[in-house]
Each structure stands twice: as C-alpha cells, then as structure tokens.
Design a protein around this ligand. Structure first.
Ligand code: NAP
Length: 489
C-alpha cells in the first residue's frame, strides 16, 4: 500500500523532540547513539531518537532523586495546577498527538483521536485527585492514644510502557505518580517513543520543574531498566506490557523490595447468552474486538455464543468486520491500520493458522495482503473449540474467534479457563443472570451489555496472571502512596 504523509504529519516530523528527557532538557545519549522509529504502514524510517545507555539511566536516577524532596513538598494545589495545565495543552493539541501516534503505531486516525482524549483525561482526573489525598485520625479502641494515618509519596518511581497506547499508558502512570508527589522516570516502548517525548514537552511547558519527569527511549530495555531498579533510591516500578516481562520485573523488584504495579496480558472472553439483544451484542463485540485495531489488552479475544444465536451473531459481526477499510492509518477514510511490526503480524497469522488446523471455519480474511506495511485483514473464524490452542493466546490483532456453548455453566467455565483475568464481557437481558455471571467471572473488569469499559474514574487492572494493582479511579493514586501511622497520646 503506497501512502504519502499528510502535510500535518510532515510538519510534525520536522519539529519532534528526539533527545532523551533528563533534567527538563532534551539531551543526546552519553554515547551519542540513536535508534530508528519505523512507520508500520510503509516500513520506512520516520526519524531516529537518542538511545539511552546504562550511564544515561544512572544520570536520570541521580537527577530524579535530587528533584524528589522539593516536589514532594510542593503544595498539592500547585501539583494539581501543573497537571491541569498539561491536560489543557494536550486537549488543544489533540489532532497533533493523534497524528503522532498514528505515525509511529500505525493504527487508524479515529482510534488515535480517541486515545488522545482518553490519555489527556488521566491528567485531568489526577489533577483533581491530587488535592484529595486524605489521611485519618481515630482514637485507639483501648483509649490509649490517637492513631494518625498520613500518606506520603514513595520517591523515585520507574514506569515502563507498551507501544499499544503510547500516550494513555504514560498519563495513567505519570498522572497519579506526580499528583501524589513522586518523581518518575519513564521507559517508553522502543517502537513508540515519540509520543512520550512529546508528552514530556507538554508537562515542561505546563510548568513541571526540571528532574521531576525523565524519559529514556532505549534499544536496551532490560539493561537500562535493570540498572534503574538496582538503585535502592528507586522505590517503585509500574509496568504495562506482557506477562513474561512483568515476571522478570517482579523478580528484580524483589531484590530491593520495591513496590510494583503490573498491568499485564489479557485474554478477554465475550459471552452472548440466548436472551441477549443480538444486534446490541454485535455492536459491543465489534467495539470490544476492534478498538485500537484489536491491539488492546482489554480486546475481546474469545467469543462464546449460545448455539441458537451463533449463526445470526457471526453473520452480523462478519458484515461489520468486512466493512472496515484497511490502509495507512493517516489516509482519509481508513478505519483499520497496520499492526505494529512484522513479528506481531507473524504472531497473529500463526494463531489463525493454528485455529484453522484444529478445525475452525474461515468466514472472513485470513490472508496477508501483498505489498509494504505490516497489514493484516479483518478476520472471522467460527466453529472453534472453546478450549482450542488458538483460544489460549492473546491475539492482539483484528481476528474474531467464535465458539458456541449450550449452558450458562459451560460458558462461565470456558470463560474462566485461561491463566489470565483482565477484562470479560457478556450480553444478557436477564437481570438475575447478569448478577450471577458478573460475580462468577474471574476478571478484574467486567462489561455487562457494553463493549467498552475503560474509564479514567474506574480502577483498571487484572487478577491472576493479568497483574497486580489498579490504575485510574481513586485506587490509582493509592498505588503511589505509603501509609504512615503516627501514634499520639
Ligand atoms: P512487552 O514486550 O512486555 O513490552 C512492554 C515494555 O517493556 C516495552 O517498553 C519494552 O521495551 C519493555 N521491555 C521488554 N523487555 C524488557 C525487559 N527485559 N526488562 C524491562 N523492560 C522490558 O509488551 P508489548 O508487546 O509492548 O505490549 C503488549 C502487551 O502489553 C500485551 O500482552 C498486552 O496485553 C499488554 N498490555 C497490558 C495492558 C494492561 O493494562 N493490562 C495495557 C496495554 C498492554 P521494548 O519496546 O524496548 O522492547
């Protein structure tokens, strides 16, 4: 697919910050090294960014540590105002950030616009939360004194973010960390460092003091983050990404007993009962599957549909998937962009082949188009066994895998049968069933008759191998605070 960049993209590419962000400045790596950022739609280099080394990481820790106490003592109203101003600047630049994300991530512009708004909203939410960090005072039940509970920032925190939501996964960590009085070093995904560097510029423009936020793009993720975590002044790591890398970080954090928040992989089931409104379920299924082109941890990964409505549901969902327009995300009218990389496309294609090998029927797509770019077409597979190997993996692409069930118990058992527990969805018009199934599903988040659940005011996170901790809501800020008990007479 041949694409030329819109004028707004050309302009952005000329003015982007591409240095490391340390001490409020955009600086080169100590070695002067840089690595390329690729446009997934053309496989061409967009630009290159400074490549942080272990020495850069140590410099960032030093800078962060020296800014920590002043920031912790900054009045919460001031911290709040800076986050609020950052939100306002991001809102003014929604189109610019959306284009930037589409350039480095590939996905269609409407999805990037949605993330630009969602990502900005975390800064507004945590600007509001900053001034509501409350402690408590109680009298000891034995009458022996007073119990004062205060909340304090942790100090230097490390955030490691994935490529699939390059803005929102940053603001969902930076917002609460800074609101609570911590300083933060962010290691963005190597595929999408540009958005995070541009975000750091926004925070500086909003008045964030030097050193409070550092951004370290690197081609040596393990080395750089390992060096940061081996410094005992770093008190927390917040990670969003694969379960495999989360396990590595948990082991590293154990060495210095650092706090952890782990937002890991998902394998969300989407159940449609025979009493559901099928048209509404198809709308919800399409939203839950295709948000971000299917590259979302909350994406519906396995559809479990009652056998009596399976054909109607599958036909209608296939029609909606077929209407998607595949192309470079920045081209007008495109609704489905390329995947992030050749590896990711190979992984998606492998899951489809595995499903077909175990007897699935191909209803749509399934064939990689010729030409440049990491494109994969909208694909629908039905007649898949609910426990087939293809249902055990996170697809992370525009592929709907449909199985059937006969009874509620059977559906819930299949839904709960993976090691993950991030999101789950179901459609039913029976209120008793809604209560029963919402309780029975082993997931951190359950969507009842809706396909989109992310909300800045709600606690986002998983159970089982999907993670530890919550981001967003009031829970999101507690993950960046220590409780201190002061005993008074
Ligand atoms: P990933 O490979 O785990 O990478 C995530 C981040 O970790 C990137 O910044 C990556 O850097 C870094 N990293 C890789 N190896 C590392 C190591 N040894 N030590 C420290 N950092 C390391 O995951 P991904 O493929 O980017 O993202 C997709 C995954 O994220 C999916 O499983 C998805 O479900 C999950 N996710 C979860 C949530 C949630 O909230 N639960 C949200 C979004 C995504 P490089 O880019 O340099 O490799």
């Amino acid at each position: 697919m041949n694409s030329t960049y819109p004028d707004s993209a050309e302009q952005l590419l000329r003015t982007l910050p591409t240095g490391l962000r340390i001490g409020g400045q955009s600086v080169p790596s100590i070695t002067g090294a840089a690595f390329d950022v690729t446009d997934p739609a053309t496989e061409r280099t967009l630009t290159s960014v400074a490549d942080a080394t272990v020495d850069d990481a140590l410099r960032a820790v030093e800078t962060a540590h020296s800014a920590a106490s002043v920031w912790a003592a900054t009045p919460t109203r001031e911290r709040s105002d800076i986050l609020r101003r950052s939100y306002e600047i991001l809102v003014e630049r929604t189109d610019e950030f959306a284009m930037l994300m589409t350039l480095e991530l590939g996905r269609a512009l409407p999805d990037s616009l949605a993330e630009a708004r969602y990502g900005a909203d975390f800064l507004r939410w945590f600007a509001e939360e900053a001034t509501r960090i409350n402690g408590r005072v109680t009298t000891s039940p034995g009458g022996t004194g007073q119990i004062v509970v205060a909340h304090e920032p942790l100090g230097v925190c490390l955030a490691i973010t994935p490529w699939n939501f390059p803005l929102a996964m940053g603001t969902r960590k930076i917002g609460p960390a800074l609101a609570a009085g911590n300083v933060m070093i962010v290691k963005p995904a190597s595929e999408t460092p540009l958005t995070m560097l541009a975000l750091a510029d926004v925070l500086t423009e909003a008045g964030l003091p030097a050193g409070v936020l550092s951004v370290l793009p690197t081609s040596n993720a393990g080395g750089v983050t390992g060096a940061i975590l081996s410094d005992s002044r770093v008190r927390k790591v917040s990670f969003t990404g694969s379960t495999r890398v989360g396990q590595i970080l948990l082991r590293q954090a154990a060495e210095r007993v650092q706090r952890t928040s782990m937002e890991l992989g998902g394998n969300a089931p989407f159940l449609v009962f025979d009493d559901a409104d099928v048209d509404a379920a198809v709308e919800g299924a399409f939203a839950a599957k295709m948000r971000n082109g299917g590259e979302a941890c909350t994406a519906a990964n396995r559809f479990l549909v009652h056998s009596t409505i399976a054909e109607e549901f599958t036909t209608k969902l296939t029609e909606k998937m077929a209407a998607l327009r595949l192309g470079a995300g920045y081209d007008a009218g495109v609704t489905l962009g390329p995947l992030i990389s050749a590896d990711q496309r190979a992984s998606v294609a492998g899951i489809v082949e595995s499903a077909l090998a175990s007897g699935a029927r191909l209803r749509l797509g399934g064939k990689i188009p010729d030409g440049e770019g990491f494109f994969y077409p909208p694909t629908v597979l039905d007649q898949v066994d609910a426990y087939a190997p293809a249902t055990r993996e996170e697809v992370f692409g525009p592929v709907a895998i449909i199985s059937t069930f006969q009874t509620e118990n059977e559906a819930v058992a299949a839904a709960n049968s993976t090691e993950y527990g991030l999101a789950a969805y179901f459609y039913s018009r029976d209120i008793d069933r809604c209560k029963r199934v919402a309780t029975a599903l082993r997931a951190g988040m359950v969507g009842v008759n809706r396909g989109i659940i992310s909300d800045v005011a709600a606690p986002f996170g998983g159970v089982k191998m999907s993670g530890i901790g919550r981001e967003g809501g009031s829970e999101g800020i507690s993950d960046y605070l220590d409780s201190k008990y002061i005993a008074l007479t």
